[in-house]
Design a protein around this ligand. Structure first.
Ligand code: NAP
Length: 308
């Protein structure tokens, strides 16, 4: 089979940090074009917008959308209508309901739609899921605290409607949680702290439960200086399971069970190639639904304005 000819749309932080090296390292897919208003890559065809690229007749088979979530639906719809396979960065959209028509369009055109959750490809996630399939969780604490000024400098879109604020990183925790727990969880309460000059929260606490009464508590903060925390702790009858560093390391009562090198985006592209070759799609909206429900049920607290 010929390699998939891919165009990257939105050549920003994640496209440069992760997508470019992962594409270069993956068999069966080649980067042939970039659509980005303000950035270009030497040796690769450049277009300001996806519409310009599609109108140009440049031969591509697929697009990877690395733009902010607001506007991603329109880009995905354009690409599917033009008969291209589509890879979506997380979160897959700015709303849950906009994804239904995209899934239908992909089905109708026989193209692949892949809503990626990069944290699910972190190396200790599958060992954690396998452990919790055998040993029942008794209680769960999610601590996702990072410094937005370090990880998202100057990204205004994060504070706009649909940008998710602290849920932009925290949805990664929810993508892991929904992959490792034996049963689906639902939101039972939330408090969301909105800076007075922002349309998205800078901190939140969210409580979840499952049908068997398991309780999950999430503590999310975007103003964490010093050590950063991307941890999920699970109490079990065998001890406390700690999935640390965003899914990279797994330990039980301090004893390391799994610590493999990170390969999240290589695994994403390997899976994309496999989906295109087999004619499949992969769209799981559970993490985005939980964020939407936290916004639905959450009590809003007004806090100090945020400035980069
Ligand atoms: P970013 O650095 O702001 O890059 C996004 C790019 O999209 C920009 O460089 C911009 O390129 C293009 N763009 C198109 N329309 C835009 C608009 N209305 N506002 C701003 N940029 C626009 O963002 P990012 O960190 O790469 O994040 C992009 C997506 O990847 C987000 O959904 C994020 O959640 C996800 N993600 C980010 C990270 C991370 O660590 N940063 C990790 C995993 C996933 P042009 O101006 O050249 O068009």
């Amino acid at each position: 089979m010929n390699p998939i000819r891919l165009a990257l749309v939105g050549l920003g932080k994640i496209a440069r940090d992760q997508h470019l090296p992962a594409i270069a390292a993956t068999e069966g897919i080649d980067l042939v074009a970039v659509a980005s208003r303000n950035a270009r890559l030497d040796g690769v065809a450049h277009f300001a917008t996806l519409a310009d690229l599609l109108a140009s007749g440049e031969a591509i088979d697929a697009v990877a959308l690395c733009t902010p979530p607001q506007g991603r639906h329109d880009l995905a719809a354009q690409a599917l209508m033009a008969g291209k396979h589509v890879l979506l960065e997380k979160p897959p959209g700015a709303t849950v309901s906009e994804l239904g028509p995209l899934v239908a369009a992909a089905q109708a055109s026989g193209r692949t739609l892949f809503a990626t959750w990069h944290s699910r490809f972190a190396p200790a996630v599958e060992p954690a899921r396998a452990f919790l399939a055998e040993v029942a969780p008794r209680g769960v604490r999610v601590t996702w605290k990072e410094d937005v000024r370090v990880w998202h400098p100057g990204q205004r879109w994060i504070w706009e409607p649909g940008g998710l604020g602290v849920f932009d990183p925290a949805i990664n925790a929810l993508s892991i949680l929904t992959a490792i727990l034996p049963r689906p969880v639902f939101v039972t309460g939330a408090e969301l702290s909105f800076p007075s000059n922002c349309a998205a929260p800078i901190a939140a606490t969210v409580a979840f439960a499952d049908a068997d009464g398991l309780k999950v508590q999430a503590d999310l903060d975007f103003l964490q200086t010093g050590p950063q925390s991307w941890d999920i702790e699970v109490d079990t009858d065998r001890g406390t399971l700690l999935l640390a560093k965003g899914g990279a390391e797994l330990s039980l009562d301090g004893q390391v069970l799994s610590a493999q090198p990170e390969a999240e985006y290589r695994n994403i592209y390997r899976r994309f190639v496999e989906l295109v070759q087999t004619g499949g799609s992969d769209v799981d909206l559970a993490p985005l639904q939980l964020v939407a429900d936290a916004f639905l049920l959450g009590r809003r607290l007004d806090v100090a304005p945020f400035h980069d």
